[in-house]
Design a protein around this ligand. Structure first.
Ligand code: EPZ
Length: 429
């Protein structure tokens, strides 16, 4: 298993290109199942989860081609993907695939919308929580699907197609909103989605669906109205920049000190996190090339943050903020409200010398003057990158093990950091 070796203590200077958003790319790829035509996606990040979803979609008969480099392509420019679901040959998504990439469960909606049936494995839990799908199933039932659970599979049928319906989510769910949106696009009649997720990735998918011919209004608000249409066409769409990658590297710079341009980043996608970073002492400025983040030798100030659905502070940046706060001049508090077990980075940060106390969903972080490098283990995607952030400021060498977690959501992390002066290398093995 690959490991990442980091020797801390170097400030970051230079620029980091921000990749296309993982959490928009995955639902956009799944949305290709809604049409016989070809969907072309630009700015697709090179991530393990994207590769895995390619395999899952090809299991349904979807043809995917990645356009190679073109004359004039800048180094490592993001890739263009051509996806064609002309003939769906299999409406089953097997456990051995869905359990590896939970978001693939969302194929349930377009498969039923297009084919009238689907058999999709329940994804099962993961490191950060039980991750139930009861609200995704509720959404499909509200759209007229008949659902039964058998042998760990969700078996859905809509012989006469999906019908428009009223879907009210008791809690904000990103996956639930994606499923409701994709199902409603091809349903007969009008659907209303109440308490919808407002994440930018929902808006990005809705923008693409509208270009494909869907009739959607209100994406990005809590109330989305969809008028079903008979069919959708292909289109070309560029994936929006990844706000979580943006926030992650911004926190890395705040941690090490330095001055970095996050190329292509868009402030409005993560304004709450940028406000928190300003409170913590970082200097942030928006330019037409992206977001510039700097921290001079002024210290890191403590903050109190509670995670929340967009536009609140994102749970996917919680572990990264906690790493930053281990070096604050004072005591910080972080409350996690979205997932029930998203503090697994705490015991690993403690190995580097952090002082963190947990009380249920509340973490109290007493800043320390120095962290010391040590071998640590990654447990999930965002927890693993919080260890990298801490290691960048720790004295001596840190070895982060199980970096396959990192590769799921961060494209070429060691290249992007070492180009800004960090001592970071991947050790294969
Ligand atoms: C999406 O997961 C993201 N994944 C997650 O990012 C992100 O953390 C999460 O949204 C919250 O923003 C993708 O977009 C691929 P939810 P999702 O449904 O849709 C509960 C990453 O690191 N819930 O918004 O699965 C659930 O348990 C990943 O990139 C139900 O109870 O999250 C959680 O407590 C991690 N029943 C809360 O809702 C349901 O049927 C929010 O989950 C569905 C969800």
């Amino acid at each position: 298993m690959d490991r990442i070796r980091i020797v801390g203590g170097k400030p970051l200077h230079g620029s980091i290109p921000i990749s296309g958003a993982k959490n928009a790319t995955l639902p956009l790829m799944i949305a290709s199942l809604l049409t016989r035509d070809t969907l072309i996606l630009d700015n697709v990040p090179r991530l393990a989860d994207v590769l895995l979803l390619q395999r899952i979609l090809s299991n349904h008969g979807v043809d995917i081609t990645i356009k190679g480099k073109r004359p004039g392509d800048v180094e490592h420019s993001n890739q263009t993907m051509h996806i064609s679901a002309a003939d769906i040959v299999d409406t089953t998504a097997p456990y051995e695939l869905v359990s590896k990439m939970r978001g693939s469960f969302w194929v349930l909606a377009p498969l039923v919308a297009r084919m009238g049936r689907a058999k999709v494995s329940m994804p099962g839990g993961c490191a950060i929580g039980t991750r139930p799908v009861d609200l995704l199933i509720m959404a499909m039932e509200r759209l007229g699907a008949k659902i039964e659970i058998d042998g760990g599979y969700v078996i859905a049928n809509a012989d006469n197609g999906l019908e428009g319906g009223e879907i009210e989510f008791p809690k904000v769910t990103v996956g639930g909103t994606h499923v409701a949106l994709m199902g409603a696009c091809l349903a007969s009649g009008t659907s209303v989605i109440e308490n919808a997720a407002r994440e930018p990735e929902i808006v990005d998918v809705a923008d693409c669906l509208i270009k494909m011919g869907a009739r959607i209004s209100g994406a990005g608000t809590s109330r989305i109205v969809v008028e079903g249409v008979a069919k959708l066409s292909g289109t070309r769409h560029s994936v929006l920049p990844d706000r979580i990658e943006t926030g992650t590297y911004a926190m890395a710079v705040a941690m090490t000190g330095g001055d970095v341009l996050l190329e292509g980043a868009r402030p409005e996608l993560l304004q709450n996190a940028l406000d928190v970073l300003s409170q913590a002492g970082a200097e942030i400025s928006a330019t037409n090339a992206g977001i510039r983040i700097a921290r001079n030798d002024a210290g890191i100030r403590p903050v109190d943050v509670t995670t929340a659905p967009f536009p609140g502070f994102p749970t996917d940046l919680q572990a990264q903020l906690m790493a930053l706060m281990t070096r604050a001049r004072g005591t910080s508090r972080i409350t996690e409200t979205i997932f029930e077990n998203r503090f697994m980075h705490v015991q690993e940060l403690a190995r580097l010398g952090a002082h963190i106390h947990l009380d249920g969903q509340n973490a109290t972080i007493e800043g320390v003057d120095r962290l010391t490098g040590a071998p640590v283990m990654a447990t999930d995607l965002r927890a693993s990158v919080s260890l990298v952030i801490a290691a960048l400021a720790a004295e001596g060498e840190t070895m982060v093990n199980r970096v396959y977690h990192l590769d799921r959501g961060f494209e070429r992390l060691e290249d992007k950091l070492s180009r800004c002066g960090a001592t970071v290398e991947r050790i294969s093995g």
